[in-house]
Design a protein around this ligand. Sequence first.
Ligand SMILES: [Zn+2]
Length: 167
Amino acid sequence: MRGLLSPAQNTVGAFILNWCTAVHLKINIFAWRTELDRIPTRQALFKRKVNINSVCCPLCSKNVESVEHLFTSCFYATMLWGYISTWCKIPPMYVFSVRDILKLREAILEDTKKRKAFEVIILVALWSIRKLRNKVVFGGKRVVLWRLYEERKCTSYSCSIVEHMET
Ligand SMILES: [Zn+2]
């Protein structure tokens, strides 16, 4: 029993998220909470016995909305990561968890400046997925089309998803 509580055991699975100073603190905190699976997805709400109409992903309506689904395997997420890998000229991003996404910034680019820019892009992308999700859930809108800003429009904050919603 004592062995289970040793420091070595406690660090298993631990992931230290380095704060990115180029994005707002709330985006860092959001990424941290997302990696810990501490955001209120429909699956999480259902597990907490919150009365919700559906556990389906509000974006694609094809799977249970879990953190992994929303940010990695949802059609819209895969579309976004595909666009980002093309835009950043990196190999296709095969991610299965938010941790995989956050680790990409350390593994993909050796150039410090590029790595920092990439870090901003993925953090903002995570934030944008959540923002869109909330607009659909709380705004009662339906996703009609997603597209990403064209490269010329991209800045650290605007390298994001543009949602075209039905009004
Ligand atoms: Zn989905």
